[in-house]
Design a protein around this ligand. Structure first.
Ligand SMILES: [Zn+2]
Ligand SMILES: [Zn+2]
Length: 357
């Protein structure tokens, strides 16, 4: 008789329900069983739980959700060398396969084991979306998915590693220079992490545009020098007023459909980072001539390749104001409460605790 655990399982049609599932066992020499301490829930979970689901978030029924995972190693397979039972770990839910064409070309974030873009080759196996994840007492991953982190980092903070990684991946594309001006559009969890990272990169003016008061306050706590409510003020006018009429050197889009505003608030020669996600068939109007005459550089961002070690280092340094970004910490039983708070805009980042340690 195998012991069981309570798990939050995707049942299709927007339903996430608790089921008793067998506690996962070591079956391969590179398996690691992680006792889950904390799981971040995010917009991707909301997209997957919509009816119909978002075009990039069509996940199989029967999967245990929870993809932003941190925990403690419970057991390891015989070949595992980098971690041992008792170690605290981050889980990179998208570790590449290492063997497909894109992995071998040095572009592991385009690995077929990660991609889930309809019309492109892919066989995604992301933990918590395409195979069993962390909304349960235990999750089984592979050694290549775990990164050891110092036990001094509170486990709820370790669960923010992936959003930090996404923020880092985008910012590294634009080589932030000390004293530049920056605008962040959208202050959800990614926008807030990016704001905090920009602040610590030494930018000067740091303007955050966000309609929700709760998030604007959090943006100020993360280092914004000014916040704009786009429902009450003209964003472009305000940004120009705050930047001596020149616009921002760096514009981070964390909404999904505000590229045109990015183009308008960008200075000549600015770099724009697109973090926000919308649906595959969404089309938005933009002013292409401005991209040309301002010589704008526009960067897409997908996932968090090669940055988990840096995210670990940042977490261990304790320099990000994560208490301003994580608004809810709930036990597994209250995961629906967390999802509702996210949906209603009452929450910033939500972290679920399947175990307490
Ligand atoms: Zn996520
Ligand atoms: Zn691959």
């Amino acid at each position: 008789m195998v012991d069981t655990m309570k798990a939050a399982v995707f049942q299709g049609e927007g339903r996430l329900e608790f089921e008793e599932r067998p506690i996962p066992q070591i079956e391969r020499a590179d398996h690691v069983i992680v006792e889950v301490g904390a799981v971040g829930i995010c917009g991707t979970d909301l997209h997957a739980l919509k009816v119909p689901p978002g075009t990039l978030s069509r996940i199989p029924t029967g999967v245990i959700m929870g993809h932003e995972i941190a925990g403690r190693v419970a057991e390891v397979g015989e070949d595992v060398l980098s971690v041992k039972p008792g170690d605290h770990v981050l889980v990179d839910q998208n570790a590449p396969c290492g063997m497909c064409e894109m992995c071998r070309r040095g572009r592991p974030n385009y690995c077929i084991s990660i991609r889930n873009v309809p019309g492109f080759p892919g066989a995604p196996n992301t933990y918590g979306l395409f195979q069993d994840g962390g909304l349960a007492k235990y999750v089984r991953v592979r050694e290549l998915n775990v990164i050891r982190i110092d036990r001094s980092v509170p486990i709820w903070q370790a669960a923010v590693a992936e959003p930090i990684g996404v923020g880092l991946h985008g910012l590294r594309k634009v080589n932030v220079r000390v004293g530049e001006t920056a605008v962040v559009l959208g202050a959800g969890p990614i926008g807030l992490v990016v704001t905090a990272l920009l602040k610590r990169s030494g930018v000067g003016q740091l303007i955050v545009v966000e309609p929700l008061e709760l998030r604007r306050q959090a943006a100020l706590a993360c280092g914004a020098t000014a916040v704009i409510n786009p429902k009450e003020a003209d964003t472009v006018e305000r940004v120009l007023a705050e930047t001596n009429g020149t616009g921002a050197d760096i514009v981070a889009e964390a909404v999904g459909w505000t590229l045109d505003t990015c183009i308008q608030v960008a200075s000549n020669g600015a770099r724009i980072i697109l973090y926000g996600e919308s649906e595959l068939d969404d089309v938005i109007p933009i002013a292409p001539t401005l991209i040309g005459i301002k010589e704008l550089e526009i960067y897409g961002v997908f996932l968090a390749p090669f940055v988990f070690e840096s995210a670990r280092s940042i977490l261990e340094s304790g320099t990000l104001p994560l208490d301003q970004i994580v608004s809810h910490r709930l036990p597994l039983e209250k995961v629906h409460e967390g999802l509702d708070a996210l949906r209603d805009g009452r929450a910033l980042k939500v972290v679920i605790h399947p175990n307490e340690f």
